[in-house]
Write a protein that binds this ligand. Structure first.
Ligand SMILES: NC(=O)c1ccc[n+]([C@@H]2O[C@H](COP(=O)([O-])OP(=O)(O)OC[C@H]3O[C@@H](n4cnc5c(N)ncnc54)[C@H](O)[C@@H]3O)[C@@H](O)[C@H]2O)c1
Length: 274
C-alpha cells in the first residue's frame, strides 16, 4: 500500500506471539503505513523466538514485559519513549489468557484463583498500561489506545467461560479511562470487538471450529480476518478517526446485528427434514 497513514507516529504493540497473532498483522500494517514502534510480550512468550523475525522485518526493538507487572510496564513505556525519540501516539493491547479455559475447567466449577489471573492478564492489564502511561505522561495529544475484545462480553457463548467476564471488564475500562484520558490529554481509548479468528488464543476455546463456522454463516460479510482487523487498527491509530473514543467497535462482518441468517435456517431445516 502506498499510503503513509501513520507516518511519523510512534507506538507500542503488545501480543505478537506468532504469525497468526492479530498483533503480528497489526505490526506489519503499521510498519507499511510508516509508523515506528516497539514490540512487547510476556518474557515467557519470548522463548518461542518468533517475535524476533517480526522485529527484524519492522525494524523494531523488543522489550519484554509481563502486562500484569507495573514495574515491567514502567520500564517498557519509558524505554519506548527513549528509543522512539518522543511521546507515544498509539498502543495496541492484544492480550488474553484464561487458565480456566486452558485447563478445561467448566464455567460451573471455576477455580477462583484462576479467575483472578484471567481478569488480571486479560482486563486489568489494560488499566495498568493506561495508568502507567498516564502517570508518565507518555502519550501525545490525540493519541489512540486500542484493546481487542469479543462479543461474549454482551452475549453468552458457553465455551468462552470466564473470558466473557474479562472482556466485559476490558470494555468498561476502555470507556472509563477514555473519559479521563480524553479530558486530560485528548487521548482516545477504544475496544475493537473482533470476529472469531484462528490464532493461538482463539483456537484454545473448546469447539473453536464450530464457533468460527457458525459466526461465518451468520455474518452477511463472513468473519472478519486478522488482516482486516489490522487495517481497522491502522485507521483507529490514524488521524482519520480522531473524534472516536470510548467506543466498543464491532468488527465482525455484521454478526452483532443479525438474529438468524438464511444459511443457518437452511441448515436447521435440513436437519429437521432429515
Ligand atoms: N482469536 C480470536 O478469535 C479473537 C476474537 C476476538 C478477540 N480476540 C482478542 O485478540 C487479542 C489477541 O489474541 P490473538 O487471538 O491474536 O491470540 P494470540 O495468542 O496470538 O495473542 C495473545 C497474546 O497475549 C499474550 N499474553 C498472555 N499473557 C500475557 C502477559 N501476562 N503479559 C503480556 N502478554 C501476555 C500472549 O503471549 C500472546 O501474544 C486477545 O485479547 C484476544 O482475546 C481474539
Amino acid at each position: 500500500m502506498a499510503q503513509q497513514l501513520l507516518k511519523g507516529k510512534r507506538g507500542i504493540i503488545f501480543g505478537a506471539l506468532d504469525e497468526s497473532s492479530i498483533a503480528w498483522k497489526v505490526a506489519e500494517k503499521c510498519f507499511e503505513q510508516g509508523a515506528t514502534f516497539t514490540l512487547t510480550n510476556a518474557p515467557i512468550a519470548m522463548r518461542m523466538g518468533a517475535i524476533n523475525q517480526l522485529a527484524e522485518k519492522c525494524n523494531a526493538e523488543i522489550i519484554p514485559a509481563d502486562a500484569t507487572s507495573i514495574e515491567d510496564l514502567e520500564k517498557l513505556i519509558s524505554r519506548s519513549v527513549e528509543v522512539l525519540g518522543g511521546k507515544i501516539d498509539f498502543i495496541l493491547h492484544s492480550i488474553g489468557m484464561s487458565p480456566n479455559v486452558r485447563k478445561n475447567r467448566a464455567y460451573t466449577d471455576l477455580s477462583y484463583e484462576f479467575l483472578m489471573k484471567t481478569l488480571d492478564v486479560s482486563a486489568v492489564s489494560f488499566h495498568k498500561v493506561l495508568q502507567t502511561a498516564y502517570k508518565q505522561d507518555a502519550i501525545s495529544e490525540w493519541g489512540s489506545v486500542l484493546g481487542l475484545t469479543y462479543i461474549a462480553a454482551q452475549r453468552t457463548f458457553p465455551s468462552y467461560s470466564d473470558m466473557a467476564e474479562a472482556k466485559a471488564t476490558l470494555e468498561s475500562i476502555g470507556r472509563s479511562f477514555g473519559y479521563h484520558y480524553g479530558k486530560h490529554r485528548k487521548v482516545r481509548v477504544n475496544t475493537i470487538s473482533q470476529s472469531p479468528t484462528w490464532t493461538t488464543a482463539g483456537s484454545g476455546v473448546k469447539g473453536f471450529d464450530a464457533f468460527f463456522n457458525y459466526a461465518d454463516k451468520l455474518s452477511p460479510l463472513g468473519n472478519a480476518s486478522a488482516d482486516a482487523c489490522a487495517d481497522y487498527c491502522v485507521f483507529m491509530f490514524s488521524d482519520l478517526s480522531r473524534m472516536i473514543t470510548m467506543q466498543n467497535l464491532y468488527h465482525d462482518g455484521g454478526f452483532s446485528s443479525v438474529g438468524v441468517s438464511q444459511e443457518i435456517m437452511d441448515m436447521l431445516m435440513g436437519d429437521s427434514e432429515a
